[in-house]
Unconditional design. Structure first.
Length: 79
């Protein structure tokens, strides 16, 4: 949403429920885990997308557990 609270856009779709979301230092990307609701057996893969949810890509393999992402100051790495 914008600073007034208007223009709300979902960054995730479906059953994604992640308390672990991190903005990139330049504010252009979000990193978050997909949570167990989508992959209850495989893990909680880490995803990066634009704030509107577009350009979503997996950062870790689907079977890995990745939570609480943190961007490096340069925005080139995620821990």
């Amino acid at each position: 949403m914008d600073v007034t609270g208007a223009h709300v856009t979902a960054a995730t779709h479906g059953a994604v429920s992640s308390p672990s979301v991190a903005w990139s230092p330049d504010g252009r990307l979000l990193a978050y885990d997909l949570g167990r609701t989508l992959h209850p057996v495989d893990g909680e893969p880490l995803v990066v997308s634009r704030p509107d949810g577009s350009g979503r890509r997996l950062v870790t393999p689907p079977h890995e557990f990745a939570v609480a992402p943190a961007w490096s100051p340069s925005g080139r790495s995620i821990a």
